[in-house]
Design a protein around this ligand. Sequence first.
Ligand code: PHB
Length: 554
Amino acid sequence: MPPTPTDRATGTEPPAEAVTPLIRGIAVLRRLTDEGGTMSPSALERATGLARSTVDRIVATLVRMEYVRVEGRDVVLAPRLMELGNAYLSALRLPDLLGGRADALADALDESVSLAVADGDGIRFVHQATRRRAMSLSFRIGDPLPVERTAPGPLLAAGWDEEEWRRWRERRAEDPDGGAFPAAPPRPPADEAEFAARAGRAGRDGWALDDQLIEPGLVALAVPVRAPDGSPDCFLSVVSHTSRHTAASLRETLLPRLLAAAGEMERELREAPPAAPDSPTALASWTGASKQELGRDFNESLARGLSVMAAFGAGRDALTLSEVARATGLARATARRALITLEHLGYVTARDRTHHLTPRVLALGYPPLSRAALPQIAQPHLAALTERVRDSASLAVLVGDEVQYVARVATRRIMNVNITVGTRFPAYATSMGRVLLAALPEAERDARLARSTPHALTGRTVTDRDELRTVLDRVRAASWALVDEELEAGLRSLAVPVRDRHGAVVAAVNVAMHAGSRTLEECASDVLPALREAAARIEADLHPTERFVRVPAL
Ligand code: PHB
């Protein structure tokens, strides 16, 4: 694990070649992340100490890159920003190689399981297999925690030299309130001798506990997952709650299984073939645009600097300057200055002649963005769709034989005002239901049709199973569905599928309108393209979000 500089690196003078707009742009993204993803421009101005005009230019640039959005008065982090953290996690490979085993362990133990890596004198989560429970607090991918308050911390500190202990002491002196760890509830600082003793014990035992150090009620047990040279590649933790386990019972009952899982993970890492290089990232969308299109406020130095991080990925974890220049399309001198800046800020380390991303890249948006569920991801796009077609737009998923609305943006003039999030309708009689049924494997679809008894909700509802099957075949081929007054007289609805990054249909999006408001031809020529575009935008936000995180459908 390469050592990574601590946050204090940002407090030192930048080198002469550093790119100031990149430093400032990253400061804005960091602030937004630490504040949970949303801030007003004036709050950003106060928090960063930048002039309002500078904040506005940075925001305009980040909007053009689709890394932030402006919603009302607020600047909001956008899912696309996760491509930076995804570049780090893909290059790291640990989540791809070990995530499945961590998930299986969580299922077997019926407790949450996480993988964390060292990040300076903290740890940062790179995978979370979370149980859904009332009494469980869980940190998310990208959250940093201080070593002295976590189970993996003493295992990490067990390997520290004098210099690393000195840096830890310095950080605690400079940041006694733990401002560098926004996810950790505040707590009076732990005693140094006590932590050093725990680190010593962890080094001897090969495991360590967190007995409600990070959060009252939370107990965790961690073991290292070691590289062949014995240094920890990452830490595997099982996390429980005092309502189910004490720290001692966690160790007594689960340590053997945790050690066995870590052993299997070590083997997996040793035996993994080298990563097949990702295809080099497509050049960012703004690179082809002219200065005029990008506008006066677009800051190219910031955009170029950020694009350097997106050049990394699976099989591209160690890049030379020339490789970075080639992948980004930047001039060598430009790529070099961006790398120098990112190294100064602690997002890149350089060894020999190659550059690597550090876990700190996850601090650029990952914790708040990785908490998003599908309805939140869809919401701004449904709002834009409603605005465009002037009719209500919704998102629904299949729950049993019904569609359930999970997000909705209504217009006032529509008749079906009593449809809200949570509403369910029989799938066979709705456009979204038909899109979702049509996407099922044929055997499952037919089994569902066979066990359901479609009944007429209006005089027009298709209830004949053979006819429904024909309708669904057509929907599947066309990838859209129109239902005209089959659910409710006077109501027409048009739906298209929303697909995950593997192409599976996970939801449907629709526009509902009064049957008399448009001809059928107008539905196809006006509404369908807008609907398809909204679905494509939802997918463009969903796909980077779900690369390393399970995105809940509701
Ligand atoms: C977690 O995975 O959420 C976790 C792990 C170790 C801790 C605390 C929390 O000490």
